[in-house]
Design a binder for this molecule. Structure first.
Ligand code: SF4
Length: 342
């Protein structure tokens, strides 16, 4: 058992944040089967839809998983802020900040810091050099990741407030004393994603898989043993956090989704629609090489994929790369998020 525990007082509601990937599906099934009785009865599961998940994720969510939840009388709540892909490309829509890989134009200049030592022996910046041409590496950057907050965390919190009794149509204010315990499906290999900061007065987080000491592999074993072995990772089709293996999987097995991502990549070269954000100085890409996706070197095996192969050469994960899904509470970069007010 982990020492991550929740405070004593019973919550008004217990709600699972359902990403529909391996870990949260495991939690949902365990709750449906009465295997989480020590955590109390689950009152609902919430899925925030970015509108751009792979078809297989939607089929899993609205098919077998929805049926299982229904048979256990656990309501499934779907919520959405809009379609992330469409909004990104819509000139009438406010700028959607996705963590693209960026490349500043050739000819960009930088100045080097001139460092000296002060009277306490500390290094201090005492000036800057004349401008010089930036190297290719210095021209590389990354866009801010607010998409998860805007398209997942925000809609989930709004649904939580609604379920706790906040008044329509804004669902802003939760009546005093009403609190939701939010179950988050981080497994023991994702403990670095845990953020116990109290973000509002109406939710408190709980991590049942951590309390049970369950890893992602344990979840996969559970799913295999219960006949749910085909659960996919959930993430937007064109998420820049995909590893090469995920891009290859799209290209080789889901050509329509690959074509969709390649087309999107072409269209975001100037950073997508920039309404409210100003012109992007340079270019944006989905692949970390900062090369158009259909030309990017996705067949090269990364050190991580190679390491996975050394550990378990027969494991499907070795080919399918980054095990982290897109969680509203610690997205694929592993950084915990705060809600963006919009
Ligand atoms: S999966 Fe990627 S693109 Fe989609 S919300 Fe998460 S970080 Fe953004």
């Amino acid at each position: 058992m982990s020492d991550i525990q929740t405070p004593g007082e019973a919550p008004t509601l217990r709600l699972l944040s359902l990403g529909a990937g391996v870990q949260s599906t495991t939690l949902a099934l365990m709750a449906c089967r009465g295997e989480l009785a020590e955590f109390g009865k689950l009152d609902g599961a919430i899925f925030a839809d970015t509108g751009w998940e792979p078809l297989r994720v939607y089929k899993h969510l609205t098919g077998d998983l929805a049926a299982e939840l229904e048979s256990a009388s656990i309501p499934l709540h779907l919520t959405s802020k809009g379609n992330l892909r469409e909004d990104t490309l819509d000139p009438d829509h406010r700028f959607v900040s996705v963590p693209y890989f960026t490349l500043a134009p050739e000819g960009t200049t930088v100045r080097d810091e001139i460092i000296d030592t002060d009277e306490h022996g500390q290094n201090v910046i005492v000036g800057y050099s004349e401008p010089r041409l930036a190297t290719r590496r210095e021209r590389e950057g990354m866009g801010r990741r607010q998409c998860t907050s805007e398209y997942k965390l925000g809609p989930i919190n709004r649904k939580v407030r609604e379920l706790l009794g906040a008044k329509a149509p804004e669902f802003r204010t939760v009546p005093r004393g009403r609190v939701a315990e939010q179950w988050i499906g981080f497994s023991t290999d994702e403990v670095h994603r845990v953020n116990d900061r109290q973000e509002n007065r109406y939710t408190r987080k709980r991590y049942p898989l951590l309390e049970l000491g369950m890893s992602r592999k344990d979840c996969e074993r559970y799913l295999r043993a219960t006949g749910w072995s085909s659960v996919s990772k959930s993430a937007c089709i064109g998420c820049p956090f995909h590893g090469n293996a995920q891009w290859r999987e799209l290209r080789d097995h889901y050509p329509e989704e690959w074509a969709d991502a390649v087309d999107f990549d072409r269209q975001i070269r100037k950073g997508g629609t920039r309404t409210g954000a100003g012109e992007l100085d340079g270019e944006a890409f989905l692949h970390r090489s900062r090369v158009p996706l259909d030309l990017a070197p996705i067949d090269r095996v990364t050190a991580r994929e190679w390491a996975d192969r050394q550990i378990d050469i027969f494991d499907d994960l070795a080919e399918h790369g980054d095990p982290d899904g897109c969680s509203p509470y610690g997205c694929r970069s592993g950084v915990a998020l705060q809600e963006v007010q919009s």
